[in-house]
Design a protein around this ligand. Structure first.
Ligand code: RB5
Length: 161
């Protein structure tokens, strides 16, 4: 099967949309500090506080919409486990969300899956590991080639379903 998508974009995103629910708020705050340190442009789409229980799909969808609306953007989503946000995000065509709690996954989801959305669980990992995962995911380029063919196939199968 030949590739039908455009060549890989730049290794690093031009802008990051970030969102969380109450359970991901603490880790999001730490990741925002890192993004500011790295001078990566970002937009925080809520939630605004850990004190009120909110519905993660509503905040996940805001980030999904932001990523789909802007080429060369990517997203970061954080809930308690990362699982709910992952399920939500991967329902939308054009989103490739990867739940990562280790460095190898953070690297490989870029190299092989061109993951444009990173998901983490704020109740699963600490801030230091979360920050290292974000650094790796931000800077690792997509390998393209046969992996692009597989991504094209994935989109095609979803369209046919
Ligand atoms: C909230 O309690 C929790 O269910 C949510 O953050 C997430 O872990 C869902 O998958």
């Amino acid at each position: 099967m030949s590739s039908v998508s455009s060549p890989p974009g730049p290794a690093e995103p031009e802008i990051i949309a970030i969102g969380c629910d109450h359970a991901g708020h603490g880790l999001k705050r730490e990741i925002l500090k890192l993004l500011h340190e790295l001078k990566v442009p970002c937009v925080d789409l809520g939630c605004a506080s850990p004190d009120e229980s909110v519905h993660y799909p509503l905040y996940g969808k805001k980030v999904v919409d932001a990523v789909l609306a802007r080429p060369h953007s990517r997203g970061i989503l954080i809930c308690g486990t990362g699982i709910g946000m992952s399920i939500l995000a991967n329902r939308f065509s054009g989103i490739r969300a990867a739940l990562c709690h280790d460095m190898f996954s953070a690297m490989m989801c870029r190299r092989h899956n061109d993951a444009n959305l990173l998901v983490m669980g704020g109740r699963v990992i600490g801030a230091d590991l979360g920050k290292e995962i974000v650094r790796t995911w931000l800077t690792t380029p997509f390998d393209g080639g046969r992996h692009q063919e597989r991504l094209d196939l994935l989109e095609q199968l979803a369209q046919e379903a």
